[in-house]
Ligand binder design. Structure first.
Ligand SMILES: Cc1ncc(COP(=O)(O)O)c(C=O)c1O
Length: 470
């Protein structure tokens, strides 16, 4: 009975929280010390009933929550949480399935199978590719690049899973200079040193320059040897897409593997009006993306696809006598991810996709892009504001440039305005450096953001800029 009360209590708290999300300050006012005091203290010496625990947890934690799932959070690239996906997450916790093997959860396995088919269709990934449900795009990049490492070395006559990297043929990795840091981290985990990665030039929007890639591919002693090219769909600052047609053509002439990091940009493929950005990407060898960004599934949820399932499985799979497999069918989720025991992430993705349908996903992606353009247009009308990027999808890069100011003064004004807008708490956005300039980043990725939210946020940002250039 007490446990049921805890669930009822959690439901009531969650409902009240969700209802109030649009009205709360987007960033909390509570301090680190206050949070430590509210949540801290010694480990209880004896049990406390669950309802009391849940009540106390919510009371102590809520003042320290950031409204990342609310409509005016534009920081990093952060999706919200669709109602159907949140409800499916609650059930996922209640069901507490281990999604590692079919025998541990037949429903967990089949839901991944079905969602995998829908996702490949939506994202323009070949139907024959394999899929893994991971924690985020960082681990998706890792998984895809492990498959790439396996396959490129196998073609060079080397078994990296058996013999490791010592003595292996040298593996070239070529990336654009605007590569996301998670690709670099993934390469590091795979034994490829940061100084071994070759970076090629990008243009003013961060897109890989095909001529620079062509030069890199045809130069160097290892030319024609095992090579991986990492391209990007959606630069984390500008949202720009690499020119995939040319990149894939060039890389495949050199028998290189093409990996696409599309943490959020890959979702443009779901929109008839935006999918042209991804032309050619369907011919890549692997793709990484997130569901917790633009699909608006709660954290954590990432996806990896590989056009060469045997390489994917060889890089990830392992076995032990007690890990009971069910033959070649059904799909064993553990073969496609770095983890073995794992939360059943497929349920929330399945619920999100079913609740939106094909048209709903496209509409959500297009709406976010339209709102990003609206935000940029409002800001552009302000004399001291410069929009640094072409707003091709949902990302806007904002810099404050008071008339007559030099670069240093513009940097200082940008940082000052960022602090002011964050302090006002109507919305939240983060800062960055873009090609030697301080900038503010706006990412419109939340399903519930409206025109009014964008206008209120633009007003707040313009107020902050005016104060910072006084
Ligand atoms: C292009 C790109 N790749 C990879 C990642 C890493 O994604 P995650 O933090 O969800 O693992 C991000 C995150 O913003 C990204 O923008």
């Amino acid at each position: 009975m007490a446990d049921e009360d805890a669930l009822d209590r959690a439901l009531a708290i969650a409902r009240a929280y969700i209802a109030s999300r649009g009205d709360r300050p987007v960033w909390p006012t509570t301090t680190l010390d206050q949070l430590r005091a509210a949540l801290g203290g010694p480990l209880p010496a004896s049990p406390i009933d669950s309802t009391t625990v849940i009540d106390a947890l919510a009371r102590a934690a809520e003042p320290g929550l950031v409204e990342t799932s609310g409509p005016r959070y534009f920081g990093f690239v952060t999706g919200g949480a669709l109602p159907a996906a949140v409800a499916a997450e609650w059930l996922t916790a209640a069901w507490d399935q281990n999604a590692g093997l079919f025998v541990m959860s037949p429903a967990g396995a089949v839901v991944e199978e079905v969602a995998g088919v829908w996702l490949r269709d939506l994202l323009g990934v070949p139907a024959s590719s394999s899929v893994g449900f991971v924690t985020g795009c960082h681990m998706a990049n890792f998984t895809a690049l492990a498959a790439a490492r396996h396959e490129m070395l196998r073609r060079a006559g080397w078994d990296v899973e058996a013999d490791g990297l010592q003595g292996a043929p040298s593996l070239r990795v070529i990336v654009g200079d605007e590569v996301h840091v998670s690709v670099m981290a993934a390469l590091r985990y795979l034994g490829i040193g940061m100084s071994q990665v070759e970076r090629v030039d990008v243009d003013g929007q961060g897109r890989m320059q095909p001529e620079a890639l062509a030069t890199a591919l045809s130069s160097g002693l290892a030319s024609g040897g095992p090579t991986i090219v990492c391209a990007q769909a959606g630069n984390v600052n500008t949202g720009a897409f690499d020119p995939f047609e040319t990149i894939v053509d060039l890389a495949h002439v050199h028998e290189a593997w093409v990996h696409v990091d599309g943490a959020f940009g890959l979702w443009a493929a779901a929109s008839p009006t935006l999918k042209h950005h991804l032309a050619g990407a369907e011919r890549a060898d692997s793709w990484a993306t997130d569901a917790h960004k633009w699909l608006n599934v709660p954290y954590d949820s990432g996806l990896v696809f590989v056009a060469h399932p045997a390489a994917h499985r060889a890089a990830m799979s392992f076995s032990a006598a007690y890990l009971m497999r069910s033959g070649d069918q059904p799909r064993e989720a553990m073969d496609w991810t770095p983890e073995s025991s794992r939360r059943a992430r497929g349920f929330a993705i399945y619920a999100a996709l079913r609740s939106l349908g094909r048209s709903g996903v496209a509409e959500m992606i297009e709406r976010c892009c339209r709102l990003a353009r609206r935000f940029a247009d409002r800001l552009r009308a302000e004399p001291s504001i410069r929009i640094l990027n072409d707003v091709v999808i949902n990302q806007v890069l904002v810099r404050v440039e008071p008339p007559g100011s030099d670069a240093g003064a513009a940097d200082a004004a940008t940082r000052d305005a960022l602090k002011r807008v964050q302090d006002e708490r109507v919305c939240w956005l983060g800062g960055t450096r873009w090609h030697g300039m301080d900038a503010m980043r706006i990412s419109v990725s939340n399903w519930s953001t409206t025109d009014e939210d964008v206008d209120r946020s633009a007003d707040s940002l313009i107020r902050a800029v005016r104060e910072s250039v006084l």
